[in-house]
Write a protein that binds this ligand. Structure first.
Ligand code: 5GP
Ligand code: MG
Length: 172
């Protein structure tokens, strides 16, 4: 397995879209304060860029779910980190790297909803709609992509490639 020669999404393309998402969130939550919950580890880079461009007050917390094994989703979802923030009555924006089958994200949203936030929405950088098993609504989507395994900009393959500023597909 190696990286595609050309990125699927260049650093410039990603940065431009992150700015648009931050603008949209800032408009939608104007006059309110939000809690960003980044889903570790994949969303850490995206969330850091997104948060710096918000024009509404935001706090940051993390959740971590283990579910992904190698190239294929599946298996039970286990939470290995939960937010310290009390989300009751707060406006929560969950920041995810990629929406694939939807199983992990659905479980994360269920877990956070148990705290009774005032609002709870999802912001994903990438969406693979053709691979969805569990329906999940994302209020904010960076890019819809085909069902191919991607790495870079926080996304890994066996922990490698997260540092890349662009997003690549893995090829044989
Ligand atoms: P789901 O439960 O939606 O199937 O899986 C979501 C998780 O699977 C994502 O948070 C991510 O960790 C992982 N995932 C799904 N597709 C990809 C992909 O193309 N590349 C990488 N690196 N991870 C993926
Ligand atoms: Mg992930």
């Amino acid at each position: 397995m190696r990286l595609s020669d050309q990125p699927l999404l260049s650093a410039e393309t990603i940065q431009g879209r992150v700015t648009e998402l931050a603008d949209q969130i800032s408009r939608d939550y104007s006059g309110r304060e939000i809690v960003l919950i980044a889903v570790l580890k994949g969303a850490s880079i995206f969330c850091a860029d997104l948060m710096r461009r918000l024009r509404v007050p935001a706090t940051l917390d993390y959740i971590r779910a283990k579910s992904y094994r190698g190239l294929h989703s599946g298996g039970p979802i286990e939470f290995t980190m939960l937010p310290e923030t009390n989300l009751t009555g707060r406006n929560v924006v969950v920041v995810e790297d990629i929406l694939d089958t939807g199983k992990t994200t659905a479980a994360i949203l269920d877990m956070l909803d148990a705290d009774h936030p005032a609002s709870l929405v999802l912001c994903v950088l990438l969406d693979k709609p053709s691979h969805r098993v569990t329906p999940v609504h994302a209020a904010y989507v960076g890019f819809a992509i085909e069902d191919r395994f991607v790495v870079g900009y926080g996304l890994d393959f066996d922990e490698a490639h997260r540092h890349l500023p662009a997003i690549y597909t893995l090829v044989e």
